[in-house]
Design a protein. Structure first.
Length: 289
Protein backbone atom coordinates (compact mmCIF):
# COMPACT_ATOMS: atom_id res chain seq x y z
CA UNK A 1 0.00 0.00 0.00
CA UNK A 2 1.37 3.42 -1.01
CA UNK A 3 2.46 5.72 1.80
CA UNK A 4 3.09 8.55 -0.65
CA UNK A 5 1.74 9.85 -3.94
CA UNK A 6 4.00 9.47 -6.99
CA UNK A 7 3.96 12.63 -9.09
CA UNK A 8 2.44 12.72 -12.58
CA UNK A 9 1.65 9.00 -12.42
CA UNK A 10 -0.99 9.11 -15.19
CA UNK A 11 1.34 11.04 -17.47
CA UNK A 12 4.24 8.67 -16.72
CA UNK A 13 2.14 5.68 -17.75
CA UNK A 14 0.87 7.49 -20.84
CA UNK A 15 4.31 8.32 -22.21
CA UNK A 16 6.21 5.28 -20.92
CA UNK A 17 3.42 3.04 -22.23
CA UNK A 18 4.29 -0.15 -20.30
CA UNK A 19 2.83 -3.31 -21.83
CA UNK A 20 2.58 -6.91 -20.55
CA UNK A 21 5.91 -8.69 -20.79
CA UNK A 22 7.95 -5.52 -21.19
CA UNK A 23 11.30 -4.80 -19.52
CA UNK A 24 11.57 -1.43 -17.85
CA UNK A 25 14.02 0.44 -15.65
CA UNK A 26 13.04 2.75 -12.81
CA UNK A 27 16.31 4.59 -12.35
CA UNK A 28 15.19 6.43 -9.19
CA UNK A 29 13.11 4.00 -7.14
CA UNK A 30 12.36 6.33 -4.22
CA UNK A 31 9.29 5.16 -2.32
CA UNK A 32 8.34 2.82 -5.16
CA UNK A 33 5.08 4.34 -6.39
CA UNK A 34 6.06 4.55 -10.05
CA UNK A 35 7.67 1.11 -9.89
CA UNK A 36 4.47 -0.41 -8.53
CA UNK A 37 2.40 1.06 -11.35
CA UNK A 38 4.84 -0.19 -14.01
CA UNK A 39 4.90 -3.71 -12.57
CA UNK A 40 1.10 -3.81 -12.49
CA UNK A 41 0.88 -2.69 -16.12
CA UNK A 42 3.47 -5.22 -17.32
CA UNK A 43 1.84 -8.22 -15.60
CA UNK A 44 1.99 -11.15 -15.71
CA UNK A 45 5.58 -11.51 -16.92
CA UNK A 46 7.07 -8.05 -17.36
CA UNK A 47 10.21 -7.16 -15.41
CA UNK A 48 11.62 -4.08 -13.74
CA UNK A 49 15.16 -3.05 -12.80
CA UNK A 50 14.89 -0.69 -9.81
CA UNK A 51 17.86 1.55 -9.01
CA UNK A 52 18.44 3.94 -6.13
CA UNK A 53 21.63 5.29 -4.59
CA UNK A 54 19.95 5.58 -1.18
CA UNK A 55 19.90 2.32 0.77
CA UNK A 56 16.94 3.54 2.83
CA UNK A 57 14.78 3.90 -0.27
CA UNK A 58 15.42 0.31 -1.32
CA UNK A 59 14.79 -0.96 2.20
CA UNK A 60 11.44 0.83 2.37
CA UNK A 61 10.24 -0.01 -1.15
CA UNK A 62 11.18 -3.70 -1.06
CA UNK A 63 8.29 -4.88 1.17
CA UNK A 64 5.75 -3.09 -1.04
CA UNK A 65 7.10 -4.75 -4.18
CA UNK A 66 8.05 -8.16 -2.78
CA UNK A 67 4.84 -9.77 -4.09
CA UNK A 68 6.22 -9.38 -7.63
CA UNK A 69 9.05 -11.80 -6.79
CA UNK A 70 11.72 -12.23 -9.44
CA UNK A 71 9.98 -9.75 -11.75
CA UNK A 72 11.77 -6.91 -9.93
CA UNK A 73 15.52 -6.58 -9.38
CA UNK A 74 16.83 -4.05 -6.84
CA UNK A 75 20.25 -2.46 -7.28
CA UNK A 76 21.77 0.20 -5.05
CA UNK A 77 23.57 2.49 -7.47
CA UNK A 78 23.55 6.06 -8.74
CA UNK A 79 21.49 6.38 -11.90
CA UNK A 80 24.51 7.79 -13.70
CA UNK A 81 25.71 4.15 -13.87
CA UNK A 82 22.58 2.93 -15.67
CA UNK A 83 24.38 1.55 -18.73
CA UNK A 84 26.69 -0.70 -16.72
CA UNK A 85 23.97 -1.89 -14.36
CA UNK A 86 21.60 -2.62 -17.24
CA UNK A 87 24.28 -4.68 -18.97
CA UNK A 88 25.03 -6.67 -15.81
CA UNK A 89 21.35 -7.36 -15.10
CA UNK A 90 20.22 -8.21 -18.63
CA UNK A 91 18.24 -5.02 -19.24
CA UNK A 92 19.89 -3.75 -22.40
CA UNK A 93 17.35 -3.05 -25.14
CA UNK A 94 14.74 -2.20 -22.50
CA UNK A 95 11.31 -0.98 -23.57
CA UNK A 96 11.51 2.05 -21.34
CA UNK A 97 13.40 4.00 -18.68
CA UNK A 98 11.95 6.33 -16.06
CA UNK A 99 13.73 8.81 -13.79
CA UNK A 100 12.03 11.02 -11.20
CA UNK A 101 14.99 13.15 -10.23
CA UNK A 102 13.49 15.26 -7.51
CA UNK A 103 14.70 14.76 -3.97
CA UNK A 104 12.68 12.16 -2.12
CA UNK A 105 10.21 13.47 0.46
CA UNK A 106 11.50 10.70 2.74
CA UNK A 107 14.93 12.34 2.71
CA UNK A 108 13.56 15.81 3.34
CA UNK A 109 11.40 14.63 6.23
CA UNK A 110 14.31 12.85 7.94
CA UNK A 111 16.08 15.54 9.99
CA UNK A 112 19.18 13.36 10.33
CA UNK A 113 19.80 13.65 6.56
CA UNK A 114 20.23 17.43 6.80
CA UNK A 115 18.37 18.43 3.63
CA UNK A 116 15.81 20.83 5.11
CA UNK A 117 16.16 24.24 6.73
CA UNK A 118 12.82 23.49 8.39
CA UNK A 119 14.25 20.62 10.45
CA UNK A 120 17.35 20.89 12.60
CA UNK A 121 19.91 18.21 11.90
CA UNK A 122 23.51 17.68 10.84
CA UNK A 123 24.65 19.46 7.68
CA UNK A 124 24.85 16.28 5.64
CA UNK A 125 22.76 16.33 2.41
CA UNK A 126 24.25 13.11 1.02
CA UNK A 127 21.81 11.04 -1.03
CA UNK A 128 24.33 8.21 -0.92
CA UNK A 129 25.62 8.06 2.64
CA UNK A 130 28.59 5.95 1.63
CA UNK A 131 30.23 8.95 -0.07
CA UNK A 132 32.52 11.18 1.95
CA UNK A 133 31.65 14.76 0.92
CA UNK A 134 28.95 16.46 3.01
CA UNK A 135 27.43 19.93 3.06
CA UNK A 136 29.38 20.63 6.26
CA UNK A 137 32.62 19.98 4.37
CA UNK A 138 31.68 22.56 1.75
CA UNK A 139 30.55 25.37 4.06
CA UNK A 140 33.46 24.87 6.47
CA UNK A 141 36.39 24.24 4.13
CA UNK A 142 35.67 25.76 0.71
CA UNK A 143 36.76 29.31 -0.01
CA UNK A 144 34.26 32.14 0.08
CA UNK A 145 34.45 32.44 -3.73
CA UNK A 146 33.87 28.71 -4.22
CA UNK A 147 30.82 28.80 -1.96
CA UNK A 148 29.47 31.89 -3.72
CA UNK A 149 29.92 30.23 -7.12
CA UNK A 150 28.04 27.12 -5.97
CA UNK A 151 25.13 29.17 -4.61
CA UNK A 152 24.96 31.29 -7.76
CA UNK A 153 25.35 28.50 -10.33
CA UNK A 154 23.23 25.81 -8.69
CA UNK A 155 20.80 27.94 -6.71
CA UNK A 156 20.51 30.86 -9.15
CA UNK A 157 20.70 33.07 -6.07
CA UNK A 158 21.53 36.69 -6.92
CA UNK A 159 22.84 37.46 -3.43
CA UNK A 160 25.29 34.57 -3.48
CA UNK A 161 28.33 36.67 -2.56
CA UNK A 162 27.02 38.21 0.68
CA UNK A 163 25.52 34.85 1.64
CA UNK A 164 28.89 33.15 1.15
CA UNK A 165 30.54 35.89 3.21
CA UNK A 166 28.02 35.34 6.01
CA UNK A 167 28.63 31.57 5.91
CA UNK A 168 32.39 31.95 6.18
CA UNK A 169 32.04 34.38 9.09
CA UNK A 170 29.76 31.91 10.91
CA UNK A 171 32.23 29.01 10.79
CA UNK A 172 32.18 26.36 12.07
CA UNK A 173 28.68 25.34 10.96
CA UNK A 174 27.48 21.90 12.04
CA UNK A 175 23.69 22.05 11.85
CA UNK A 176 21.08 23.01 9.28
CA UNK A 177 19.97 25.74 11.69
CA UNK A 178 23.50 27.21 11.65
CA UNK A 179 23.38 27.51 7.88
CA UNK A 180 19.82 28.88 7.91
CA UNK A 181 20.82 31.62 10.36
CA UNK A 182 23.83 32.57 8.21
CA UNK A 183 21.58 32.92 5.16
CA UNK A 184 18.86 34.79 7.04
CA UNK A 185 21.39 37.36 8.29
CA UNK A 186 21.61 38.43 4.65
CA UNK A 187 18.15 37.60 3.32
CA UNK A 188 15.87 38.07 6.33
CA UNK A 189 13.29 35.55 7.53
CA UNK A 190 10.41 33.90 5.71
CA UNK A 191 8.08 36.22 3.79
CA UNK A 192 4.44 35.31 3.26
CA UNK A 193 3.68 34.12 -0.24
CA UNK A 194 7.34 34.15 -1.28
CA UNK A 195 9.96 31.44 -1.64
CA UNK A 196 11.79 30.95 1.66
CA UNK A 197 15.11 32.86 1.61
CA UNK A 198 17.05 29.69 2.46
CA UNK A 199 15.59 27.60 -0.37
CA UNK A 200 18.07 28.41 -3.12
CA UNK A 201 21.16 28.12 -0.92
CA UNK A 202 20.11 24.73 0.46
CA UNK A 203 19.25 23.55 -3.05
CA UNK A 204 22.61 24.66 -4.38
CA UNK A 205 24.57 22.87 -1.67
CA UNK A 206 22.54 19.69 -2.15
CA UNK A 207 23.28 19.72 -5.88
CA UNK A 208 26.98 20.28 -5.23
CA UNK A 209 27.23 17.56 -2.56
CA UNK A 210 25.61 14.97 -4.84
CA UNK A 211 27.07 16.19 -8.15
CA UNK A 212 23.50 16.07 -9.42
CA UNK A 213 23.76 17.90 -12.73
CA UNK A 214 26.72 15.93 -14.06
CA UNK A 215 25.07 12.74 -12.81
CA UNK A 216 21.94 13.67 -14.78
CA UNK A 217 23.93 14.22 -17.96
CA UNK A 218 25.67 10.86 -17.54
CA UNK A 219 22.32 9.18 -16.88
CA UNK A 220 20.73 10.61 -20.01
CA UNK A 221 23.65 9.47 -22.17
CA UNK A 222 23.48 5.98 -20.69
CA UNK A 223 19.68 5.69 -20.80
CA UNK A 224 19.58 6.60 -24.47
CA UNK A 225 21.87 3.69 -25.25
CA UNK A 226 19.99 1.28 -22.98
CA UNK A 227 16.52 1.64 -24.54
CA UNK A 228 15.75 -0.32 -27.69
CA UNK A 229 14.58 1.23 -30.95
CA UNK A 230 11.03 2.37 -30.25
CA UNK A 231 11.79 2.42 -26.54
CA UNK A 232 10.98 5.42 -24.41
CA UNK A 233 12.76 7.59 -21.87
CA UNK A 234 10.64 9.62 -19.42
CA UNK A 235 12.22 12.14 -17.04
CA UNK A 236 10.58 14.18 -14.29
CA UNK A 237 12.61 17.14 -13.03
CA UNK A 238 11.89 19.77 -10.40
CA UNK A 239 13.90 22.86 -11.21
CA UNK A 240 15.00 24.81 -14.24
CA UNK A 241 18.62 23.66 -14.29
CA UNK A 242 17.61 19.99 -14.53
CA UNK A 243 14.80 20.65 -17.02
CA UNK A 244 17.14 22.60 -19.29
CA UNK A 245 19.60 19.68 -19.40
CA UNK A 246 16.83 17.20 -20.23
CA UNK A 247 15.30 19.47 -22.87
CA UNK A 248 18.62 20.05 -24.62
CA UNK A 249 19.65 16.38 -24.49
CA UNK A 250 16.35 15.21 -25.98
CA UNK A 251 16.81 17.67 -28.86
CA UNK A 252 20.48 16.91 -29.49
CA UNK A 253 21.44 14.97 -32.63
CA UNK A 254 23.67 12.52 -30.74
CA UNK A 255 21.20 9.61 -30.66
CA UNK A 256 18.39 9.35 -33.24
CA UNK A 257 15.05 9.90 -31.56
CA UNK A 258 11.99 12.11 -31.35
CA UNK A 259 10.63 14.25 -28.55
CA UNK A 260 7.16 13.08 -27.51
CA UNK A 261 6.45 16.15 -25.39
CA UNK A 262 6.53 19.23 -27.60
CA UNK A 263 5.86 21.28 -24.47
CA UNK A 264 6.87 20.35 -20.95
CA UNK A 265 4.12 18.44 -19.12
CA UNK A 266 3.09 19.75 -15.70
CA UNK A 267 0.56 18.69 -13.09
CA UNK A 268 -3.02 19.90 -13.16
CA UNK A 269 -4.66 21.80 -10.34
CA UNK A 270 -6.38 18.66 -9.09
CA UNK A 271 -3.12 16.80 -8.59
CA UNK A 272 -1.43 19.85 -7.08
CA UNK A 273 -4.22 20.19 -4.52
CA UNK A 274 -3.80 16.52 -3.55
CA UNK A 275 0.00 16.57 -3.72
CA UNK A 276 1.62 20.04 -3.44
CA UNK A 277 5.03 18.54 -4.36
CA UNK A 278 3.72 18.10 -7.91
CA UNK A 279 3.53 21.88 -8.40
CA UNK A 280 7.12 22.15 -9.63
CA UNK A 281 7.29 18.81 -11.46
CA UNK A 282 8.19 18.93 -15.16
CA UNK A 283 7.92 15.84 -17.37
CA UNK A 284 9.58 15.31 -20.73
CA UNK A 285 9.50 12.15 -22.86
CA UNK A 286 11.66 10.90 -25.73
CA UNK A 287 11.42 7.91 -28.06
CA UNK A 288 14.43 6.25 -29.67
CA UNK A 289 14.30 5.76 -33.42
Amino acid sequence: MLSHTPVLIDEVLQFLNPQPGGRFIDATLGAGGHALAILERTAPDGSLLALDQDETAIERATPMLQSFGSRVIFVRENFREIAGVAAQCGFLEAEGVLADIGISSMMVDDASRGFSFMREGPLDMRMDRSQSLTAADIVNTYSEKEIADIIYQYGEERRSRPIARSIVRARPLGLTSDLARAVERVMGGARYGKIHPCTRTFQALRIAVNDELRALESFLDGAMTVVRSGGRLVVISFHSLEDRIVKNKFRSPGVPGRVLTKKVVTAGEGEISRNPRARSAKLRAWEKI
